[in-house]
Design a protein around this ligand. Structure first.
Ligand code: UDX
Length: 455
């Protein structure tokens, strides 16, 4: 099929590239000339494993092209996909100004029947608004609108798209359903055909549910800490039940990213506007933020006095591994809290350094984890990058001033940490080196005070 994708952000670019790779003829449109130039050279504008290879391949095979001109690009398209951003308004609701502008422009240049599909995450009812915006511009020219939200995850976006578990096709006519079925046929996936409003709602409900799962397990983790249980084993036990499922039961410092925080807020706002106040989702958000604060408390607890002047090495800034995305990353909440308490932070991330420093230019940075932890009074893990999982703990211990490791992502094994002589605190697991454990002597060697294992 001939497809035009408007917007080359995460969703638009990945979808466009994958549509071209499964055999459709795709043109991606963006009004940012620099982006278009870069993409034409097959250079990825986002960090996403596998993306550049697919760009190169499909541009070379003339399956994929990039343009700044919307009017020329939609001319021959059978399907036009809207994938522009929906930033949050101050009240958390989704701002539709980019969607509106694109819909009107499509309407102005419509010359023949097309299906105009919204892929951006938009509040229920947006499909009808898009229809109105197009109609007021194009008069009698026939078209259909549809909703086909995207469920891809950053860092595995290509894989998620190529192997999607399902696609929801929100349509109003049989013809539009057939177009979208043809578009998805090569993916060989489960198709759910429904109305536009239901498709729009599905995306919010799915994201809010996943966010709920994370906050739920984080609350279980907090209780585990009080009652001396281990949340990883609890989650494993729960996860084997197919009614629960093992995914998204990883306790930690809460979710971040471009979707969950924004979508849960928009979901709450949608409820308020519709006259039904959601009760669970606002609590999910509260628990998520509390989780950041709890980690800072744990760092403070490791020192008997205060964090003033303490050198804290922060490992990991991106909201999760395999991405340079800093949007709503826990680091953005946690680092300022540490600085506020007088700590000196040295931060390192394998990929997200540049983006992180645009948001927090005041933070001292390191070129490697080895440099970040040098003479640190405590090491704090905020992102579970593979590079950190593979850290040689003996090397780490030899570089720091105080062997204190506060792990916001449960990367290390508490027993091993105890054996290596670390003060180790993580999320929802037994703290290693606490009174009553084997760590009763207090060692004042470094500037920090930590309890050392009795031999
Ligand atoms: C998410 C959804 O998974 C995806 O379907 C939707 O289209 C967009 O939003 P993404 O934001 O890329 O994708 O990241 P995801 O892998 O879902 O992780 C989101 C956040 O939750 C991360 O900060 C991650 O660290 C955190 N998380 C995830 C946990 O804290 N625990 C878990 O068990 C899983």
């Amino acid at each position: 099929m001939k497809v035009c994708v408007v917007g080359t952000g995460y969703v638009g670019l990945v979808s466009g590239v994958c549509f071209s790779d499964i055999g459709h003829q795709v043109v991606c449109v963006d009004n940012d000339q620099l982006k278009i130039d870069k993409l034409r050279r097959a250079e990825a504008t986002i960090y996403e494993p596998g993306l550049e290879e697919l760009l190169q391949k499909n541009i070379k095979q003339n399956q994929l092209s990039f343009s700044k001109e919307l009017s020329a690009s939609i001319k021959d398209a059978e399907i036009v996909v809207i994938a522009v951003g929906t930033p949050a308004n101050e009240d958390g609701s989704a701002n539709l100004k980019y969607i509106e502008a694109v819909a009107k422009e499509i309407g102005q240049h419509l010359t023949s029947y097309k299906v105009i599909v919204t892929k951006s995450t938009v509040p229920v009812g947006t499909g009808q608004k898009v229809k109105g915006w197009i109609k007021e511009q194009c008069g009698e020219i026939p078209f259909d609108v549809a909703s086909n939200p995207e469920f891809l995850r950053e860092g595995s976006a290509i894989h998620d798209t190529m192997h999607m578990e399902r696609a929801v096709l929100g349509v109003e006519t049989e013809k539009a359903a057939q177009y979208l079925k043809n578009l998805h046929a090569p993916f060989n996936t489960h198709l759910i055909v429904t109305d536009i409003e239901t498709a729009e709602m599905s995306k919010y409900a799915a994201n809010a549910f996943l966010a709920t799962k994370i906050s739920f397990i984080n609350e279980v983790a907090n209780l585990c800490e009080k009652l001396d249980a281990d949340v990883t084993k609890v989650a494993e036990t729960m996860g084997f039940d197919p009614r629960i499922g093992a995914a998204f039961l990883g306790a930690g410092i809460g979710y971040g990213g471009s979707c969950f925080p924004k979508d849960t807020q928009a979901f709450i706002q949608m409820g308020i506007e519709a006259g039904y106040n959601l009760k669970i989702v606002p609590e999910v958000e509260k628990v998520n933020f509390e989780q950041r604060k709890r980690l800072v408390d744990k760092i403070e607890l490791a020192f008997s006095d205060s964090l003033k002047g303490k050198h804290i090495a922060v490992l990991g800034l991106a909201f999760k591994p395999n991405t340079d995305d800093m949007r709503a990353a826990p680091a953005i909440d946690i680092i300022p809290m540490l600085l506020e308490k007088g700590a000196k932070v040295k931060a390192y991330d394998p990929v997200a350094m540049d983006r992180a420093m645009k948001i927090m230019p005041y933070v001292d940075t390191a070129e490697s984890w080895q440099e970040a932890v040098k003479e640190a009074n405590a090491v704090v893990i905020l992102t579970d990058w593979k590079e950190f999982k593979e850290i040689d703990l003996d090397v780490l211990k030899s570089k720091v001033t105080d062997p204190i490791l506060i792990d916001g992502r449960n990367v290390f094994d508490p027993v091993e940490m105890r054996e290596k002589g670390f003060y180790y605190d993580s999320v929802g697991r037994k703290k290693m080196s606490i009174e009553g454990d084997n760590y009763e002597s207090i060692d004042h060697r470094g500037s920090g005070i930590y309890r050392q294992k009795l031999s």
